[in-house]
Ligand binder design. Structure first.
Ligand code: ZN
Ligand code: ZN
Length: 367
């Protein structure tokens, strides 16, 4: 016992200046490496010790080579919760020891785009974490513009659930549900794709009162999960074109809101097929290929098509909803891994059709 205590004290006197991190090494390659711990670079930076992080579909896009802004050598990850380790002189909202939620979007709060609530396009921020600067799949991360890019975690809240508020739930809510104008009661809503983002759109659409929520996916396991989370109608589009069934469910009109949560030409074109006159197609998916816009069918139908990179302007609302038990993000978590097994976590997440993976939690404290 005495020896252990001595070892801990000795460790504190001479803290290691390196850490473990998951590093992108070019298309198809990633590795766990020992890297220098991040240090404060600007007066509004914070360094955060990661407690829990996760893997995003976007990380898989990076690993395929789809995201040219992310160069080899970059530590991946843009989601997580942690504890503030150190803060720059200009940080006023946080101090060392504070538990924080890390937003996937970094925002200065002062530039033209930030003043318009478009934090995703912040001139000195936006989606930079795990993309243009080192990210959260590491023991520590440097967060620029800390005052406006971190959220305090209220005491007693489930930190694991809050990892879903870094990206998944604000993305689903802002790009899908709010852009799809689902807040009007009684609407027919189709969500194409029942992965974590599509299921997040389902959970947050239920803040309102849609007439029916129709989930469309090629994977019966995901549809079963959608049923548990409150979907009214499940359609597996691997076994046939869902258009006729949806026309039958909507009196021949189609749906008022079609939320694209896959990021493929097929999924977006299905939304174009399903949309009712006056309806709204809300794209969430990250598209790597061109998609045909069928204006020859849509020009006269009074529809709206929206695109958006999540602005994380609703993170505080979603935090409140979790705190008040109106939203349970834990339902999106399927697997948990220690950081030592992060490569297994990537494998499990990358083969979701076989493994049934939704979101996988990487727990830094777990041995
Ligand atoms: Zn993401
Ligand atoms: Zn800004």
């Amino acid at each position: 016992m005495g020896e252990i205590l001595t070892a801990v004290r000795a460790g504190q006197e001479a803290p290691s200046d390196t850490m473990k991190a998951l590093v992108y090494r070019g298309p198809g390659f990633k590795s766990v490496e020992e890297r220098p711990k991040p240090v404060l670079q600007a007066a509004d930076d914070a360094v955060v010790k990661i407690v829990k992080t996760t893997i995003c579909g976007t990380d898989l896009h990076i690993l395929k080579g789809d995201v040219p802004t992310c160069v080899p050598g970059r530590i991946l990850g843009h989601e997580g919760v942690g504890e503030v380790e150190s803060v720059g002189a200009n940080v006023t909202m946080f101090k060392p020891g504070d538990k924080v939620l890390i937003s996937c979007i970094t925002s200065c709060g002062k530039c033209e785009y930030c003043r318009r609530g478009m934090y995703s396009h912040c001139l000195t921020g936006g989606w930079i974490l795990g993309n243009e600067i080192d990210g959260t799949q590491a023991e520590y991360v440097r967060i620029p513009h800390a005052d406006t890019s971190l959220y305090r975690i209220p005491a007693g809240m489930d930190e694991e659930a809050l990892v879903m508020l870094s990206d998944v739930l604000p993305t689903a809510f802002e790009c899908g549900v709010l852009n799809g104008k689902v807040e009007r009661p009684g609407l027919s809503v189709a969500i194409v794709g029942a992965g974590p983002i599509g299921l997040g759109a389902l959970l947050t659409a239920r803040f309102f009162s849609p007439g029916q929520i129709i989930m469309i996916d090629r994977d019966d396991n995901r549809l079963t999960m959608a049923k548990k989370l409150g979907a009214d109608v499940l359609i597996n589009n691997a076994v046939g074109d869902p258009t006729d069934r949806i026309k039958a469910l909507t009196g021949g009109k189609g749906v008022d809101a079609a939320i694209e949560a896959v990021g493929t030409p097929e999924a977006f074109e299905l939304c174009e097929e399903l949309i009712a006159p006056g309806g709204c197609i809300a794209n969430i998916g990250v598209h790597g290929k061109k998609v045909d816009l069928h204006l020859e069918k849509l020009w006269s139908r009074n529809i709206t098509i929206t695109t958006r990179l999540v602005d994380t302007v609703t993170t505080h609302i979603l935090l409140k909803a979790v705190e008040m038990k109106k939203l349970d993000p834990n339902q999106l978590i399927s697997h948990r891994f220690p950081f030592a097994r992060i490569l297994d976590a990537y494998d499990t997440f990358g083969r979701a059709a076989d493994t049934g993976a939704l979101k996988v939690i990487i727990d830094m404290a777990r041995p």
